[in-house]
Design a protein around this ligand. Structure first.
Ligand code: IMP
Length: 215
């Protein structure tokens, strides 16, 4: 596995919620994490059909543009009753005609489709968040780290913290949704501890262990 020589990385994301979480997770390692927006990088089109492909598209285009290794997260929600949808199209389900995104509408759409499939009892409402972190270098080399968290899609949504679909996702073994949790509780992880909770923190934990030398 290729490691990082310098404590400097570009975070190839334009999503404010994700950027905040990645900044939180990488801070203990003393990294200078600069966002794609700080470099004025455009958002590439995510034309892949897997989280890995889309994560690579984002990280590699930022690495080429800056000459630095870049880290991206491609993530999404997979609902069992919907055959794994919205999956790589999770962000698209929030898109309105004018190009803006509304996650209240995306959650309503998800719940409506689940209702049409008869998935109304909690036992029929299982799903998972997936996060694939990709670190890519300008020469095209890449490393991948995948994290998943199982949970139940609740209705109505609860809580106003986090971002995206957090208010309708209750992780397994917990009473509260991600939307009701403080960021630290949603991550569920600090370096040196075992139990990361969120998909992104789980992917990040693998990245930190393999590439940053975390315990
Ligand atoms: P993309 O990775 O930029 O294609 O977008 C993934 C989408 O998945 C985001 O826009 C969010 O709606 C959703 N998502 C990913 N991670 C989370 C999370 O931690 N909480 C809530 N929604 C998430």
């Amino acid at each position: 596995m290729r490691t990082l020589d310098e404590k400097k990385i570009v975070v190839a994301s334009h999503n404010a919620g994700k950027l905040a979480e990645i900044a939180d997770l990488i801070a203990p390692f003393g990294f200078e994490a600069k966002s794609a927006a700080e470099y004025g990088l455009p958002e590439p089109e995510e034309t892949g059909t897997t989280f890995e492909e889309n994560a690579y598209i984002k990280a590699h285009s930022a690495a080429i543009a800056t000459g630095l290794p870049a880290l991206s997260d491609d993530s999404g929600l997979m609902v069992d009753a919907l055959g794994g949808d919205p999956g790589v199209y999770t962000a698209n389900w929030a898109e309105l005609a004018d190009g803006t995104r509304d996650f209240k509408i995306a959650m309503e759409r998800t719940n409506l489709l689940m209702g049409k499939k008869g998935a109304t009892a909690p036992s029929q409402r299982a799903g998972r968040f997936v996060s694939v972190i990709c670190v890519a270098w300008p020469d095209g080399h890449a490393e991948y780290f995948r994290g998943e968290v199982e949970g139940t899609l609740v209705w109505p949504p609860r809580g106003d913290r986090g971002f995206g679909y957090d208010p309708m996702f209750q992780p397994q073994g917990h009473e509260r949704t991600f939307g009701e949790m403080e960021a630290a509780e949603k991550h569920g992880w600090t370096p040196g501890q075992e139990n990361a909770l969120s998909h992104r923190a789980r992917a990040f934990q693998l990245f930190a262990r393999d590439m940053l030398g975390a315990a």
